[in-house]
Design a protein around this ligand. Sequence first.
Ligand code: F3S
Length: 288
Amino acid sequence: MAEIILAKTAGFCFGVSRAVDKVYELLDTGEKIYTYGPIIHNKEVVKDLEEKGVVTLETEEELRSVREGIIVIRSHGIPKYINDYLDESGVKYVDMTCPFVKRIHKVVSSLGKDETVLIAGNPDHPEVIGIRGWCDCENTVIETSEQAEAFTPRDGAKITLVSQTTFSYNKFQEFVEIFTKKGYHITVVNTVCDATRGRQTEAFDIAKKVDVMIVIGDKHSSNSRKLYEICSKECDSTCFIQTLTELMEPEMAGIRDKIKVAETVGITAGASTPKNIIEEVQKHVRHE
Ligand code: F3S
């Protein structure tokens, strides 16, 4: 039987569990509950909530059409203008933006109009869209080293570098080195979440020493995808699954065979993966 190394940091982080718990708690109020965007990047959890009557508002238009009930803002946060709309509209809402994301909003909104913000992250990610929405000054999103190399600031620009909370810490450091080498005067505010950093480091350490590595997470979850990226560099037999069902699909036969003969199997999971899914996968591997 293979030895299983389960990452201690696998699964819900503080910000996600706080937001998900709040939605379940609000169901007891008997009011109609809405979430602005899926509460987490996990289909299973969202489906369960929808079955209990929670409605996911997919667009701003849908958000603006809500007249009663309670809207929950997820941990990713929202741009300031939407926050302002909610305040003015009088519709009830609960802001579950993760405090670590709120901190970034505070940093960027405190800067002067003539300053520049650089955000290390994915420009399409809702958290980054939210952060940009709190900038009252020029702001640019940098995702790759090539973009960091190509960035040229305005003459005399005062630059502050922050990052999406789930961005790779190593990549963030790489950007800092690139800007330092170029001689730019940049105020660096490391906003990579410790939960993310700890999870990535632990996944890296485990993937290095196991025969098979399993990353559990939703394909839309940026931190889960990043975990997969990190692990697959260290372990050739790394697979990325959302649930146990996916591991049982025909195209996963190869990885299942590897699990059968493996001496060690590592398991980690993204911040939006519920405990029961991790346990199911773990149980299956133990059986194999
Ligand atoms: Fe918050 Fe960190 Fe999770 S920023 S939502 S605790 S990954």
